[in-house]
Design a protein around this ligand. Structure first.
Ligand code: NDP
Length: 291
């Protein structure tokens, strides 16, 4: 059946993926190392064969969503010979080099790889809020896009297999950096301001400051970190010790907020106090930082 899809891995995410394929009317075969997790999906119409070999044989499109890169090899290595002629879609979190490694491993067994990054949490899968990044052969993406669109918006980012993982990890790094700030803000106010009272203010501020993403991008691409500066680095660097001081006053660790300060100070000392904070990005390059 050309519409069929197999889903390997039924954790929180794999289960959501299988549910979305079923909801889209795709004949769906599922497999999980711990078989009990397939039961609820089987009751909803998925086929749950007893072995991984049977699951792989059920479909030309094989979606895998396991814990990490090592678990993908642990599961797939024993059935590698079954993959010939199939398209493997790896939605397991991993690095660009892991994606490229899996692509050449798959090619060695006659399979094509699309490596993906899921930009959603499980409840978002199958809704317009979800987007999934894919990289690998364009032909494989075009052929299976119709099926993959059941998961969310499918975003193709290039034939180099590492490109989806690079974007995925960069987006998640941005999220965790933001979340460190959110945690610091709650830690500072905790006990003095109810968190639910403070939350709308924090969300409003972070949402408003989202424009930084675009102004920073424009400055990076032009190499001009001065045009349009409204909050110059010297001013920001003068205020920054207050974030460390208030942490101490409130009895909160400064660890999340501290590392940026010496980089800002270095840029000011190097004569860039009139610029935006953008130049700190140049200092993050390891070759620059070791000078
Ligand atoms: P879970 O912890 O819920 O599930 C992990 C899955 O991996 C289970 O099916 C588990 O099988 C399987 N597994 C682990 N080790 C092995 C192994 N050695 N061999 C075979 N199967 C193995 O994780 P999620 O489903 O939440 O996440 C899956 C992937 O999706 C991860 O890479 C994650 O980073 C990514 N992701 C998750 C998001 C989320 O919010 N949940 C968001 C975006 C991406 P078993 O049941 O037998 O233990």
């Amino acid at each position: 059946d050309e519409k069929a899809v197999a889903v390997l891995g039924l954790g929180a995410m794999g289960t959501a993926l299988a549910e979305a394929f079923l909801a889209a009317g795709r004949p769906t075969t599922v497999w999980n190392r711990t078989p009990a997790k397939a039961q609820a999906l089987a009751a909803r119409g998925a086929v749950a064969p007893p072995t991984l070999t049977d699951a792989v044989r059920a479909s030309r499109l094989v979606v895998v969503c396991l814990l990490d890169h090592a678990s993908v090899h642990e599961a797939l290595d024993p059935v590698a010979d079954e993959l010939a002629g199939r398209v493997l879609v790896n939605l397991t979190n991993g690095t660009p080099s892991q994606a490229r490694e899996l692509a050449s491993w798959a090619a060695g067994h006659g399979a094509e790889l699309l490596d993906g990054g899921i930009m959603a949490v499980p409840p978002m899968i199958g809704t317009p809020a979800a987007f999934v990044l894919y990289s690998g052969p364009q032909g494989a993406f075009d052929a299976h896009r119709g099926a993959l669109d059941a998961l969310g918006e499918s975003v193709y980012v290039g034939s180099d297999h590492g490109q989806a993982a690079l974007r995925d990890l960069a987006l998640l790094s941005g999220m965790y950096g933001m979340y460190m700030g959110v945690m610091q803000a709650f830690a500072l106010t905790r006990g003095e301001v109810p968190a639910t009272e403070f939350a709308p203010m924090l969300r409003r501020w972070l949402t408003g400051m989202g424009v930084l993403v675009d102004s920073t991008a424009a400055q990076l691409d032009s190499g001009d970190y001065v045009t349009g500066v409204v909050s110059n680095l010297a001013m920001q660097t003068a205020a920054y010790p207050n974030f460390l001081a208030v942490a101490q006053e409130q009895g909160v660790r400064p660890d999340f907020i501290a590392p940026l300060y010496p980089l800002m100070q270095r840029r000011v000392a190097d004569g860039f106090g009139h610029e935006d904070v953008t130049g700190v990005i140049d200092l993050l390059r390891i070759d620059e930082n070791q000078k």
